[in-house]
Write a protein that binds this ligand. Structure first.
Ligand SMILES: Cc1ncc(COP(=O)(O)O)c(C=O)c1O
Length: 488
């Protein structure tokens, strides 16, 4: 492989001769591991041209390094970094003493620590069962998607290849606005639509743009951890307010609360699955107006409703530009697409657009182009309709299997919507319960991780949408066997 143009600091005004400086710079780079054993140094002619120094300077530096055993110079094979004994590496220069401070240098900021400190256990690698929020990735039309991506890459929608459209391809924004108007009663024109790399990126952007350290944000209790992490990552002060079978109950908000934002999941409360009642929606908009707060409506999976009529989005009821609506293609398509959207009030649209430019977080143009066609040509609607039927079946099998195998330990009941079940458990320690199941190789999230205040829910949050029908029964059986092994 052709060696890269090496970064080697030489100072022509310094008293030390260039060959000594070059020798020292190479030695430091080798000791610091930047040039590891076997790394091929450039030919003397190449390095002398790259650095603008005489070839004899390079030869002298290489000879010195070879004499001290830092490099092996073999005729015909070039000059390679030698495998150094560990004591050489320990006898390193000043740069390495700085590295001795590593633990404190790599300590995260408070904001960073809150981003990295999610309390949910990470997924078991390679195991779809029973990850909350995971769709049926095996049923996604991959071939069609690959064709749309290839077409989009060959004939890109022009503006998105440069820096002109940080908020996304206009055709895609129009398609999303049209879909949301028809399916969710969202009221917005394309300038209010902002394409982001998933709902999580939308939360992060909103938090960074609207929250200062110490600002209050009302969150549902229990509630979605990813949103909390994003808000804490902006230094905000979480104000948990209980959510019940009708959604968040703002009558229970602290009297002194003066939130800047209110984060809710009205269509399908995360994780309880409740739908916010019409009365609570009106109260929410009223209270937001009194507080002068904005509302973030996270409508992450409203497409999957199996019983009852979906209520239109809160955003469509908002008359004074108070609601920031958030949606994602992670649930309707696959999470790896990393595409979602914010619908921001008109007064914020230009500010978000300007800020997004400097985040660098854009959705790649081929994905935007393919998504546009996926929506405009009806593939999206067809896929969602198919998945709704499959997820309904999967849920039925899941509930039936849990009722059969859990022996009363887990109280599974059918849910009207969504991709996961919040299953109450007869236990005081749902974390230990989840650990036993995870040890058996199956994902199970304890419900208690979602609670902030008193009234902690105990049980498991179990996703069924991503698990093929024929596997659900056997995996639920394994889960229940692990769950029922008490006391270890
Ligand atoms: C309530 C809720 N909001 C937002 C997200 C984020 O979705 P993504 O970033 O994949 O679009 C999720 C994903 O699980 C979710 O459950």
């Amino acid at each position: 492989m052709e060696p890269p143009h090496l970064l080697l600091p030489l100072d022509r005004t310094a008293p030390a001769p260039l060959q000594v400086q070059l020798y020292e710079a190479l030695r430091q780079a080798i000791l610091a591991g930047r040039f590891p054993a076997g790394f091929r140094l450039p030919a003397t002619r190449t390095l002398s041209a790259d650095l603008g120094v005489g070839r004899n300077t390079v030869i002298a530096a290489y000879e010195q390094l070879a004499a001290e055993g830092y490099v092996d110079a073999r005729t015909g094979a070039g000059t390679e970094v030698a495998a150094l004994p560990p004591d050489r590496l320990l006898a390193a220069g000043p740069g390495d003493r700085r590295a001795a401070n590593l633990p404190s240098a790599t300590t995260l900021s408070k904001r960073g620590a809150s981003l990295a400190g999610l309390r949910a256990p990470p997924p078991v690698p390679g195991m779809a069962a029973f990850q909350p929020g995971l769709p049926a990735v095996e049923l996604f039309p991959h071939t069609l998607w690959a064709d749309l991506m290839a077409k989009a890459a060959r004939r890109p929608l022009a503006p998105s290849l440069g820096y002109d459209e940080p908020t996304g391809e206009p055709a895609l924004r129009r398609a999303i606005a049209a879909y949301l108007a028809a399916a969710r009663g969202v009221n917005a024109d394309e300038d209010q639509v902002i394409i982001v790399s998933g709902a999580q990126a939308g939360l992060d952007l909103t938090a960074r743009l609207l929250l200062d350290p110490g600002d209050g944000i009302i969150v549902e209790d229990p509630g979605y951890l990813g949103a909390r992490a994003a808000f804490l990552g902006s230094g905000a002060n979480l104000i948990p307010v209980p959510a019940d079978a009708d959604g968040i109950n703002l009558d229970l908000a602290p009297l002194a609360a003066a939130p800047r934002l209110i984060y809710v999941t009205p269509s399908h409360q995360y994780p309880t699955g409740a739908t916010m009642s019409a009365a609570r929606r009106l109260t929410l908009l009223d209270r937001a107006a009194q507080w002068g707060a904005l509302v973030i409506e996270d409508d992450y999976d409203s497409e999957y409703r199996y019983r009852g009529r979906p209520l239109p989005a809160l955003q469509g009821m908002d008359r004074d530009g108070r609601v920031i609506y958030l949606g994602t293609f992670s649930k309707t398509m696959v999470p790896g697409i990393r595409a979602g959207y914010l619908i921001v009030p008109r007064a914020l649209a230009e500010k978000f657009r300007l800020a997004l430019r400097v985040t660098g977080h854009f959705v790649p143009p081929a994905i935007q182009g393919a998504l546009t066609r996926f929506l405009e040509d009806g593939h999206f609607a067809r896929h969602v309709r198919r998945m709704r039927l499959r997820y309904q079946d999967r849920q039925e099998i899941m509930v039936g299997s849990l009722q059969k195998h859990a022996g009363g330990m887990l109280l599974a009941r059918p849910a009207d919507a969504g991709m996961q079940l919040a299953v109450p458990a007869d236990t005081r320690d749902d974390q230990a319960l989840a650990r036993r199941i995870i040890a058996a190789g199956i994902n199970a999230r304890p419900l208690s991780v979602y609670s902030l205040g008193p009234g902690v829910m105990r049980g498991l949050h179990l996703g069924y949408a991503g698990v093929p029908e024929r596997l659900i029964g056997p995996l639920v059986k394994r889960l229940c066997q692990a769950a029922l092994q008490r006391g270890n």
